[in-house]
Design a protein around this ligand. Structure first.
Ligand SMILES: [Mg+2]
Length: 378
């Protein structure tokens, strides 16, 4: 489904952006109706329809229900289903399949949570040993894209509106304009945010070495919350050099899709466990089972999972952040967008989202997300 807009970051425009919407219809029933699990893909990597239709959905359909049932026999075990999806897949070279598996995994977890009559965050917390944690997720407002007719007042306005909704921390785009223009945008944003610790900047991986170091030099005095993806996300040695020169925090990981990639990031990119942010996106990276392996790698490297704040702003990440005890959540500044919405009956106050008790992920209760399912739902 199309989720295009006229926004740009430093690397890409979103005019032809698409995401996959997946519905897993089951024979479990509530109130006479069949329960359906819904998954909605992440933003920035386009839809995965070909992979889903040709490879992953047929594999699941061909499986015997006993092979993905949970121990009770009343529900599905998404981790067992994941093993079926990944049968005959070689390790490494993750490409786009990790996003296809991620969105299907999300739909399976939504279904499992609905069968259990629990919000997904609570199901995850119970299953993965975090059940005493309150469903509170520190959340920042992400936006400040380059737009047609861009001006500083519209940027300030965007942040003011997010502030009025309850946000206290913001992130804007850099790297898509000359440095002097980006500095003016940062200063405009700071007028609303109130101080560097309330504002992060994201270059979306586009700066080459010399530009990256010019930004590092020019931005130091602002004491920003973090600098995100200043350079190509796979150039770990360059990240290590930037980390030595940049006194603030760095954020990266949204373009790494596997536990092996996360492990290499932690080994070779010079990141600092007390300061930097890991932004791997569970929807783009094979879903919950692989995200749990990423958390294992994070903790094995001596980091806290509180340094993990997933990319994108989708409802699935909100539930993982609460259920698995992560450090926070990204949310688009515009609450009318699928990636700016709160899950179901969640609320936002002083930069903290409190998740509610509606079963599943909450897509049905979120009009901007539900609208994307179109013909999939009666
Ligand atoms: Mg980013």
């Amino acid at each position: 489904v199309e989720v295009g807009s006229s926004r740009r970051n430093a690397g890409i425009g979103f005019g032809s952006m698409t995401v996959s919407a997946v519905a897993v219809v089951s024979d479990a029933r509530r109130g006479g109706a069949a329960l359906t699990g819904l998954g909605l893909g992440s933003i920035g990597r386009y839809a995965h329809g070909g992979l889903l239709r040709e490879r992953f959905m047929p594999r699941l359909r061909a499986a015997a229900p006993a092979d993905y049932a949970d121990g009770s026999g009343d529900s599905i075990d998404p981790c067992r289903a994941w093993d079926l999806l990944m049968r005959d897949e070689k390790p490494g070279g993750h490409g786009e399949r990790s996003g296809a598996v991620g969105v299907l995994d999300a739909a399976l977890w939504d279904l499992a949570a609905k069968i259990a009559d629990l919000p997904l965050w609570r199901l995850l917390a119970r299953r993965f040993g975090n059940s005493s944690a309150p469903p509170l997720v520190p959340t920042y407002a992400s936006g400040g894209h380059y737009c047609p007719g861009d001006d500083l007042e519209s940027l300030r306005q965007e942040l003011r509106q997010a502030q009025a909704r309850g946000h206290t921390r913001f992130k804007i785009k850099i790297g898509g304009a000359p440095l002097a223009d980006d500095l003016r945008r940062i200063e405009a944003a700071l007028e609303v945010a109130g101080g560097g610790e309330h504002l992060a900047v994201d270059a979306n991986g586009v700066l080459d070495r010399s530009r990256a170091f010019r930004y590092v030099e020019a931005l130091q005095g602002y004491r920003l919350a973090w600098l995100e993806e200043p350079a190509d996300p796979l150039d770990f040695e360059l990240y290590a050099e930037i980390a030595r020169a940049w006194p603030g925090s760095l954020g990266t990981g949204e373009n790494l899709f596997s536990a092996a990639d996360a492990r290499n990031l932690l080994r070779y990119a010079g990141l600092r466990r007390e300061r930097d942010w890991l932004q791997m996106d569970p929807l783009l990276g094979y879903g919950v089972p692989e995200y749990l392996r990423m958390l294992e790698a994070v903790e094995a490297a001596g980091w806290s999972r509180r340094r993990c704040v997933p990319h994108a702003g989708h409802l699935f990440a909100q539930h993982l952040a609460a259920g698995l005890g992560l450090g926070g959540h990204e949310s688009a500044t515009d609450p009318g967008q699928p990636f700016g919405a709160l899950a179901g009956d969640a609320t936002l106050e002083q930069g903290v989202v409190r998740l509610g008790e509606a079963p599943g992920i909450g897509i049905e209760a979120t009009p901007s997300c539900l609208a994307l399912f179109g013909v999939l739902l009666p």
